[in-house]
Design a protein. Structure first.
Length: 338
């Protein structure tokens, strides 16, 4: 049986199975899922915990001993087995199958590891484990799914997120759900029993140094050269890696190119551009022709390659030039050298 992270707690409240599989590359959901199973087990008397890591030196006999040996301290035990590669191997598969056949009701088994594909999910040991309990896949959420996750999380903290606010927050924490959870905690403290709007997110979240790169993007898209330069100086003083700025520039170039090639009315939701940010993209599109964007793309590609292959003596001077190209595309004729 497959149970997604947002449904796991409800399933644990109904009944506690004997085996749980938790696999995926999204660390926040993975930790939360395992922690929920631990707490559910503890509530039902599984108060002794043993952990194993099935690395190259692991002896599978030790897992058999753990599941068959009665504890001196507790009648019930929780055993956690980490599979670093997601695969137990031939010996491990045989061992797990034998354990599943004799697993006592006084033992709760959690098996976890990285993301696994259908090749692993279709193995005999995995299927049998799933039939005894459940499989929880933990993968990064994106777009509307991430936005809805933030809305639901906020509700558990007794606060509400407007649609625009949740969309903007999702954009800022995409790829880092832990950061999103931390932001929700802070927003719940700052805006108790209040619907959090877009402006609240901009004021409370964007002002943090870790999001200044997004402020930089908004500045050069809006055509504000003075603010762009000021933010670049701030980012340099904070020690932000130039590669992050290059990444942001490339991302915005791709978005602008796709928008420019769109025929008819722009579906802003498709590009995940909400609220007042639509106007700054329109501003950039009015300045940049498709030929400008082509030359800009070539320049960014060259810059990315240069930053990766050699030491750039004054990287933020080069970054200033690249940012200003979004405002004054005619500057591309000047070129730059590292």
């Amino acid at each position: 049986m497959q149970i997604y992270p947002d449904k796991l707690q409800a399933a644990l409240n109904r009944t506690l199975a004997s085996v749980y599989l938790v696999f995926g590359d999204e660390p926040y959901q993975k930790y939360q899922s395992i922690d929920q199973i631990r707490k559910a087990g503890l509530a039902q008397g599984f108060d002794e915990r043993k952990t194993f890591v099935a690395d190259k030196e692991f002896e599978w006999s030790s897992l058999i001993d753990a599941t068959q040996t009665m504890s001196l301290f507790s009648a019930k035990q929780l055993i956690e087995l980490e599979l670093p590669t997601g695969k137990p191997g031939k010996d491990g598969s045989k061992t797990l199958l034998s354990i599943f056949d004799t697993l006592s009701t006084d033992t709760l088994l959690i098996i976890h590891g990285p993301k696994v594909g259908k090749d692993v999910q279709n193995t005999k040991w995995f299927k049998q484990a799933s039939s005894l309990g459940s499989f929880t896949p933990c993968y990064p959420l994106e777009g509307r799914a991430l936005s809805q996750w933030l809305v639901n999380l906020a509700q558990t903290k007794q606060c509400q997120l407007s649609a625009d606010a949740s969309s903007l927050l999702a954009e800022y924490c995409e790829g880092n759900m832990l950061a999103g959870a931390q932001e929700i905690d802070k927003l719940a403290l700052n805006f108790p029993n209040k619907t959090i709007e877009l402006a609240d997110i901009e004021n409370a979240v964007v002002n943090q140094s870790r999001y200044n790169v997004f402020q930089l993007v908004d500045a050069f898209l809006a055509g504000d050269g003075k603010k762009t330069t000021k933010l670049l100086l701030a980012l340099e003083s904070e020690g932000l890696e130039p590669a992050i700025v290059i990444w942001a520039l490339a991302k915005e170039w791709q978005t602008l190119t796709e928008l420019k090639l769109t025929s008819g009315a722009i579906n802003w939701n498709k590009f995940r551009i909400w609220g007042n940010r639509q106007s700054i993209y329109q501003s950039a599109l009015s300045r940049l022709s498709i030929n400008d964007l082509k030359q800009l793309g070539d320049t960014l590609s060259y810059a990315d390659s240069t930053f990766k292959s050699k030491v750039v003596m004054r990287p933020y001077v080069a970054l200033s030039y690249l940012c200003l190209l979004f405002i004054h595309p005619n500057l591309i004729q000047l070129g730059w050298e590292a």
